[in-house]
Design a protein around this ligand. Structure first.
Ligand SMILES: Nc1ncnc2c1ncn2[C@@H]1O[C@H](COP(=O)(O)OP(=O)(O)OP(=O)(O)O)[C@@H](O)[C@H]1O
Ligand SMILES: O=P(O)(O)OC[C@H]1O[C@H](OP(=O)(O)OP(=O)(O)O)[C@H](O)[C@@H]1O
Ligand SMILES: [Mg+2]
Length: 283
């Protein structure tokens, strides 16, 4: 049985549970139970604070973990990055009061910076030859300059609205982050086999993300032009309709290019276009 450490609540929790669910791994969650076995897959889920996930994976308390890259890099624990998961995207940035002129990194020389990521910040400042005074706080970092606790902050930014609400401006992006699947470096062969099955399922879920299955009726005489417009996995499926001169065309479309392609298909005479979600895709 594999043990995976995931965040018990917070920004990573929902998407982590959704990923396991889409991979058809059933986990019943209840606030008080911190170790739960799946009823249909050889895995158990250990619910932890995200701060503790890198260490539990490096030390072998858990075999796998899902954690933000920011937290993983900060902790400097010896575990392996198995897969970048593409959710909980954010960045770690330096921000200063919005009315202060910013001449460049030298501004931070001798300044006090509040952060929950002292390791990443110190490495960045050392690389750039800047000496600053790093003040560690575990939450509500953005408030620090407003209450004269620090001159600047170094924290997570996503939409930037927390910075705006606290009259701060982002001046340097130090790293980008997303959720990672990390693993213990000494997993047994049996555990690696279960991990491979898990990865196979995760990849099928990820491949289907942002993809749609599209069916349409098309005039047979325009099929050649219609097929040229469609990217598809290999080539579209084409079947004759009962009505003479018409065909049914089935294909997979990328959501990003969806409207552009649909527009072209309509112009070529396609009609009765149906768009269906795809649950999984095995490439
Ligand atoms: N605004 C955001 N947008 C996108 N991702 C974010 C955002 N804030 C945080 N994250 C990502 O989600 C992770 C968890 O964030 P969260 O705020 O839940 O952490 P936490 O308060 O430290 O939780 P815990 O109680 O588990 O210690 C962060 O380490 C980061 O990778
Ligand atoms: O750029 P934004 O979109 O505003 O997001 C950034 C904020 O999001 C996170 O906090 P969160 O809302 O998770 O609350 P927390 O401080 O309790 O972790 C993070 O610590 C920032 O404060
Ligand atoms: Mg935390």
């Amino acid at each position: 049985m594999l043990r995976i450490a995931v965040q018990s609540k917070g920004r990573l929790f929902e998407e982590t549970m959704a990923l396991l669910q889409e991979a058809d791994i059933k986990i019943s969650t209840s606030k008080r139970i911190l170790l739960v076995q799946s009823s249909n897959f050889p895995i158990e889920v250990l619910f932890l604070r995200d701060d503790d996930i890198p260490q539990s994976v490096a030390g072998g308390v858990a075999d796998l973990g899902i954690v933000g890259e920011n937290e993983f890099v900060e902790r400097k624990e010896d575990a392996e990055v198995i897969k970048r998961l593409g959710f909980s995207k954010c960045r770690l940035s330096l921000a200063i009061p919005k009315d202060v002129d910013y001449p460049g990194l030298s501004w931070f020389e001798g300044r006090k910076i509040a952060t929950s990521y002292p390791g990443i910040l110190k490495d960045f400042m050392d690389r750039n030859g800047i000496h600053s005074d790093i003040h560690v706080i575990t939450g509500s970092v953005e408030i620090a300059p407003g209450i004269s606790l620090a001159d600047a902050i170094f924290d997570i930014v996503s939409s930037g609205s927390t910075l705006v609400s606290n009259s701060l401006k982002e001046v340097e992006v130090v790293m980008k982050s997303e959720a990672l699947l990390i693993g213990n470096k000494n997993m047994s062969e049996e555990k690696k086999e279960i991990l491979n099955e898990l990865l196979f399922r995760i990849e099928a879920v990820k491949a289907a993300e942002d993809k749609k299955y599209v069916l349409m009726n098309a005039p047979t005489e325009r099929l050649k032009e219609i097929i040229e417009v469609l990217p598809g996995m290999k080539s579209p499926t084409v079947m004759p309709l009962a009505q003479e001169g018409w065909s049914s065309v089935h294909t997979v479309l990328d959501e990003k290019r969806f409207w552009e392609i649909i527009g072209k298909l309509k112009a070529l005479g396609a009609e009765g276009i149906l768009v269906l979600p795809i649950e999984k895709m095995i490439l």
